[in-house]
Design a protein around this ligand. Structure first.
Ligand code: ATP
Ligand code: MG
Length: 134
């Protein structure tokens, strides 16, 4: 096992912050021992969730949580935006309210071992995603 690392909460306000979070996620995952391709998958998820924050909520945060003892890497994306009225629908590939590809959430779920969305309309959204180090 590599050196233990602290969690990092990254405020997401501009596209540049999404890039910072993506780069940081890849670096932290690799430091934990994830392969380059697994670390890239985590980075892609951070990027998709970060883009959604900018696009739908305006701003929020992404917290990167490496848990060496559990051999897991957790990503928590939070915002106080409009919320998601129908989570099942939002996870359907191709569904988008913004003429996007509608692949961000469904694709992110497929790349991770655990994936959950909690959302309250008018209050915000919290997406939690975990990948295990095998
Ligand atoms: N943080 C969020 N707050 C509110 N709604 C969201 C949020 N994230 C996703 N959504 C809703 O879920 C839908 C699906 O999101 P998803 O990321 O899968 O696709 P998309 O953003 O529309 O397109 P793309 O494939 O480019 O990401 C969005 O169109 C939007 O309606
Ligand atoms: Mg998206």
């Amino acid at each position: 096992m590599n050196e233990p690392q602290l969690s990092k909460k990254i405020p997401i306000v501009t596209e540049r912050d999404v890039v910072v979070a993506r780069v940081e996620a890849k670096k932290m995952a690799q430091t934990m021992g994830f392969s380059s391709s697994d670390a890239t998958q985590i980075a892609v998820v951070v990027s998709e969730l970060g883009r959604n924050i900018i696009h739908y909520a305006g701003e929020g945060s992404v917290t990167l949580i490496p848990k060496a003892r559990e051999r897991s890497f957790k990503v928590v994306a939070q915002d106080h935006g409009p919320g998601i009225p129908d989570i099942k629908l939002a996870l359907t590939p191709g569904y988008s309210t913004a003429q996007g590809l509608g692949r961000g959430l469904s694709g992110s779920k497929a790349l991770m071992d655990e994936f959950g969305i909690e959302s309250v309309v008018g209050a915000g959204t919290m997406v939690t995603a975990v990948k295990y180090l095998y």
